[in-house]
Structure formats: C-alpha cells, structure tokens
Design a protein around this ligand. Structure first.
Ligand code: DAH
Length: 344
C-alpha cells in the first residue's frame, strides 16, 4: 500500500470507530508489529535506495506520529462522551428548542401607559384589591344611600355590606382604582402627580365588552393651581403618544360623585375599528372618566379645598388594548388561549 492510501483508509476507519476496542483494532491494523500496514512500509525501507529512503522515510514516520496522535485524540473524545452519558446527559442528542415566554398583552399595555406617564413626571403607586366600603365609596363622596353606588356593581366579601342600622364596615373587591386616591392623599401632601395601575372587579354579566375582572389606571394631580387646562394638556399628550399624533380626542361633560365638574374623554376610532365594535353606531368611543376633584373628597382626607385643587381620571386598560390592537372581545384577555396570547 502506498502512504497516501494508508492515510485515507485510516481516516475512514477512524471516523467509523465508536469505542475503545475499535480504536485498538485500528492501531493493530496500521501500526501492529507483525503486519501493520505502516510497519511493513517502515520495514521495507532498508531495501530502498538511499535517495528513496530519504523521501519515504520521513513521510512514513510523520504518518506514524500522526496516526498515534489521532488515535489518542479520538480515545479521549470517546471517553468524555461516555462519562457524560453515565451522568445521564447525552451530548449527542440534538438540542431541544426551549419556548421563551413573553409579557401578556395587558402587561405590555400597562407598561406602555406607565412609561408615558412617567415621562410626564407621574409616579406610579398601588393599593389593595380588597377594600373597605369607606375607601371604595364613602370617602369618594358616595355615602351608603347615594344612588350613584349603583354605577358600580359590587362583589361584597362575606355579605358584610353595611346596612343603615348596623355600623359594621363592609369589605369588598374594589370596583375601581379611585380608592387609592384617598389612601395616597391621607399619607402625602400636595403638590404631587400619581398614576395607580391595578385590577378591579365588577359583579356583572360578561359579554364581549364586559368582564367581572379588568384593569384600570387612575390618575391624580393635586396642587395649589392645578386646572382643567393642565388636565387637557396631559391627557392629549398621553393619547397622542399612545395612538399617534393624528388621534381625535373629545371632552364631554359627565357625572361622577367624586369630581365637579365631571367629564368623559372619547377618542375617535378609525373605520375598521368602528366596524370591529359591532354594536357601535358612533365612531367616538368613551375611554376615560375624569374631572376636578370634589371638595368633599379633599375634606375626607383633611385637605383644605380652598387651598388646593386638582384633577383625577380613570381609564380602562383592556379597552385601550382592544382599540390599539383591534381585539373584539374583552373575554379573550383572560381566556388563557395561547393562539390569542402569542399574537402580541
Ligand atoms: N372610577 C371611575 C370608574 O371606575 C372612573 C373615574 C371617573 C375615575 C372619574 C376618576 C374620575 O378618577 O375622576 O368608573
């Protein structure tokens, strides 16, 4: 055999070998004392002429060294794999793709809202989801017999609802994030501007636009000179950053017990967004309740309504996400359906 052929056939044998025994057989085949392929060539060197010896000799020696080296390397490799196999880890298996999770669409939406308000210098604060009747209603200028309580269908905890004769304070799942206004004002002095993202609950029949459990972001800015003009600027800036500078925004008078005057903010839907909201006749959609904080609310936290004033607002996170991402059913958010969730 020629050196070249030995080299080729060795490479082939080596790559086919997958245990130590096979490697030993290869060693014998090529380097064996008796009749290893290369040994024969090395042995026959003595019969060659001086010129031939000079040529073949070093090449054959180099090949021998190389074969030894390659055998050693492959043995090391095989032992290493064996060790790992014994540890229960098969490095030869093809890799498995690990599914990487992502933030839920509502979390993304809330983060976006937080970011915009943080650039407007609003800090984010939070409050409890199980509230007392005092914070959810009374302190917000909604006493027990106030007809406006019907605006919020309430989940009461263990039927603790206060009756007029008993003086037991009722616990409930907060129906809005507004109670956190009260909690914050009780422990802080103006001026300040905050937002309150959070989960709220309503005892309602569900349909494509109503859920018993959804999310709001409350806003509150209080100081000696805060006016509706400030509110208008902040809210227009917010919606323009969220939906783009072209968005249509409308302010409309409305009523909430904790503000005076009260208003609602509508935004103008594009034609395909209007189509999406099947029941809608108008292209204007209400996205926010707001107003100037009622003097009774300031009184309930010990502020002097003659010295401070401010605006408050509350928006629904699901509704904004539905508009922005053209989602036609609010129940999809909590359906746990990955075909829905993975789109965002
Ligand atoms: N809390 C109201 C609701 O859930 C929304 C709201 C309206 C919040 C007016 C406010 C406000 O702060 O001033 O329907």
């Amino acid at each position: 055999m020629k050196l070249e052929d030995i080299k080729k056939s060795f490479a082939k044998d080596l790559s086919a070998a997958n245990d130590a025994k096979a490697l030993e057989e290869i060693r014998v085949k090529y380097l064996g004392r008796k009749d290893g392929g290369l040994t024969k060539i090395l042995r026959s060197l003595k019969d060659l002429s001086a010129a031939q010896k000079k040529k073949v000799g070093p090449a054959a020696n180099a090949l021998r060294d190389n074969i030894e080296k390659e055998l050693k390397r492959k043995l090391g490799q095989l032992l290493n794999i064996n060790n790992q196999l014994q540890e229960g880890f098969d490095v030869t298996l093809p890799g498995k793709k690990i599914g990487v999770g992502h933030l839920h669409i509502l979390t993304q939406m809330e983060n976006e809202i937080r970011d915009i308000f943080s650039r407007l210098n609003f800090s984010a604060v939070e409050g409890p989801e199980v509230e007392t009747e005092h914070y959810n209603f009374d302190a917000l200028n909604i006493p027990p017999d106030h007809p406006a309580r019907d605006m919020w269908d309430t989940f009461w905890v263990q039927s603790t609802r206060r009756t007029k004769t008993e003086d037991v304070e009722g616990k409930l799942l907060r129906t809005h994030t507004s109670p956190v206004q009260i909690r914050f004002m009780e422990s802080h002095q103006p001026p300040f501007q905050i937002i309150v993202p959070g989960r709220v609950f309503r005892y309602e029949a569900t349909d494509a636009s109503h859920e018993i459990n959804f999310h709001q972001v409350e806003g509150l800015m209080v100081g000696p000179n805060v006016t509706l003009a400030n509110f208008k600027y902040i809210i227009e800036t917010f919606f323009k950053q969220l939906f783009g500078p072209e968005i249509g925004i409308r302010f409309r008078p409305s009523y909430f017990p904790f503000v005076e005057p009260g208003l609602e903010v509508d935004i103008k839907l594009s034609s395909d967004q209007t189509k999406l909201m099947a029941s809608r006749k108008s292209e204007w959609l209400e996205v926010m309740g707001a107003g100037m904080v009622h003097p009774n609310v300031f009184k309930s936290v010990g502020y002097d309504p003659k010295k401070v004033q401010g605006f408050a607002f509350g928006l629904g996170v699901e509704r904004l996400a539905m508009i922005k991402y053209k989602i036609d059913d609010i129940r999809l958010f909590h359906s746990g359906d990955l075909r829905f969730i993975n789109q965002f």
